[in-house]
Design a protein around this ligand. Sequence first.
Ligand SMILES: NC(=O)C1=CN([C@@H]2O[C@H](COP(=O)(O)OP(=O)(O)OC[C@H]3O[C@@H](n4cnc5c(N)ncnc54)[C@H](OP(=O)(O)O)[C@@H]3O)[C@@H](O)[C@H]2O)C=CC1
Ligand SMILES: O=C(O)CCC(=O)C(=O)O
Ligand SMILES: [Mg+2]
Length: 738
Amino acid sequence: MPKIFYTQTDEAPALATQSFLPIVSVFTKTSGITIETKDISLAGRIRATFPDFLEKDQQITNDLVELGTMAKQPEANIIKLPNISASIPQLKEAIEELQNKGYKVPSYPDNATTDAEKDIKSRYDKIKGSAVNPVLREGNSDRRAPKAVKNYAKQNPHSMGAWSADSKTHVATMGEGDFQANEKSVTIPKATSVKIELTANNGSTTILKEKIDLLDGEIIDATVMNKKALVSFLKEQVADSKAKGILFSLHMKATMMKVSDPIIFGHAVEAYFENVFSKHQATFNELGIKASDGLESLYTKLNNLSADKKAEIEKDIATTIENGPDLAMVNSDKGITNLHVPSDIIIDASMPAMIRNSGQMWNAQGVAQDTKAVIPDSSYAGIYTATIEFCKKHGAFDPTTMGTVPNVGLMAQKAEEYGSHDKTFKIDNAGIVKVIDANGNTLIEHPVEEGDIWRMCQVKDAPIQDWVKLAVSRAQATKVPAIFWLDENRAHDAELIKKVKTYLEDHDTNGLNIQILSPIKATQFTLERIIKGEDTISVSGNVLRDYLTDLFPILEVGTSAKMLSIVPLMNGGGLFETGAGGSAPKHVQQFIEEGHLRWDSLGEFLALGVSLEFFGEKENNTKAKVLGETLDTATEKFLVNDKSPSRKVNEIDTRGSHFYLSLYWAEALAKQDKDAELKKLFNGIYKELSENENTIAQELIDSQGKENNIGGYYIPDAELVAKAMRPSKTFNSILDKI
Ligand SMILES: NC(=O)C1=CN([C@@H]2O[C@H](COP(=O)(O)OP(=O)(O)OC[C@H]3O[C@@H](n4cnc5c(N)ncnc54)[C@H](OP(=O)(O)O)[C@@H]3O)[C@@H](O)[C@H]2O)C=CC1
Ligand SMILES: O=C(O)CCC(=O)C(=O)O
Ligand SMILES: [Mg+2]
């Protein structure tokens, strides 16, 4: 029985699903389409990983593993909502919530010493960070703003902070001693395997990684972030922010780069709070405080001290903040700084938000201020430098006239940096790290010092071929210039460029404008066009895919939630991601406090539309095709009539937006003539929905304005959520009739 798999995830998207999925199930059930939910939430993944610690009735199947296998089947049809890529503090919170609810999952062992603890830690480490997307993404990425979304933004432009030429905002990046500077890369001619070995200066040899199998034509690269260079860079930036009177703000991706970036984050915390850490190091060691977990975790652990000692350290922290540069805030009202939680400062979302806001971030007083955006590694920092310089020169972008930048991203099979976690190491002893092939040849080597971060990345040949093909097909379909964002002066990119040039020859590129430009030049080229209203396809590697598919959507249409985000799977299936953004933790807070959910499901409507069309094609199911086409019509009307959730309580929220989508979907089904059965069925439904429009809209508004108890955060109570997300009796009873 062919199915559409729908993911159950976390936070705002998971709440929204409880309102939207019942509607989808009802609309599709008469058409031979089965929708099956798969739980890939953080709490679900923890439960699935520790069956041996749970009662029988608490155990669940490992849906992520199942979906990962499914993604390799030609019939795969998966709708993927954003999920939490957990930082250690988030992981610990989820564990604690499960434990409080009677699930006896083990605590996260910070310092695993026994074999049992090591086993638990290694199981948790597989759940941590971006543990979901790389498993499902068995294809490259095609993300773009559909025409209707772009037109809507042109007619209803989002706010855009003005830029001034004398803004002090800038990007600070290393350029020396960092991953970019130390990168080496080779293409493997014939399949082999490699091991990674550290020969320490004291003569000892440690195998960091026993065996990595490599395929014909695979590109590997390896590099190292020098700790001394990093620490002195961070200290300089702290001092320079103070001297210039601007905010100190760190931007990186501790969730996705889950091994390297938490370490870098920790160094930033220690650089800013240098005095505090040197004075209280012994106490911090006793308490098990790790700078890489951030300030919030540090404050929590201080509760284990005597009142006097706690007050003394808190005072030292406060004094350091007072004497140091102002810190960019994640939430000024709640006093949450940029250094509180590593997963709060995710670069793909945080940099565009800053650029949209005149290059300013919020200080502790809640006032916007110019900012030093600290992006330690210089590999990709230049795209933000170039964008900021562009804004200083030309002013803010104008959403009513600007062009669009779709992306074709190299992502399949854990491509590049995002697949590097199991090959990233914090170096314990100075020496040399070598990558050695099966014949004993050293392919890459780096001298390293204690505390350095060394990593190796891979990208396989087949995904590269598929990516080039996808880029050409998008260029052909749109006749828009396609730019490969690759830097011939970077070791990895230089290898990739050779392949891109070779594989471009496999395609008819006649009349197409396809170029290879360094990321900085590509940014400039694209931005020069964008202000003239011209479109440019960015064809990029995996990290730039991530950055660019938040940067341009946020500038162009205000959010990456409204993106069409398709992953044509390499074995023939389809993975349809809902938008290009994350799971919006702040939205849950608002929903709990005032009963208003501002999550925008537009990306989900778009994903479902393409998923239904795909299903229709694969299964030769006309009804599915009609459902997909009419959903697209409904989505357009939804945009034109501006039925997206408002940010304010007692105005339309996620649930109201789902009602309007249903109304328009039923209308489009009633008005189409391709399928008489659907027409007849939805004629009646449309009539009832439209006759009751005001009543339903009012019932949905009336449910707002009060606190909402959903019985948990990571594992909320299913019944309470269902009740909270479907509060209109009138709407529910009409749906029940289908
Ligand atoms: N594909 C995936 O699975 C992804 C998962 N993540 C995960 O999501 C979590 C949060 O990450 P973060 O970087 O804060 O990014 P988010 O994209 O979740 O949020 C950034 C901001 O964008 C706005 N936003 C995002 N999506 C929507 C939406 N559908 N409707 C309305 N507004 C939206 C919100 O702004 P405002 O608050 O102003 O309304 C939100 O606070 C992390 O755990 C991260 O790991 C992140 C990216 C992708
Ligand atoms: O998997 C993640 O952690 C984030 C994914 C993401 O941000 C993206 O793919 O755009
Ligand atoms: Mg992203």
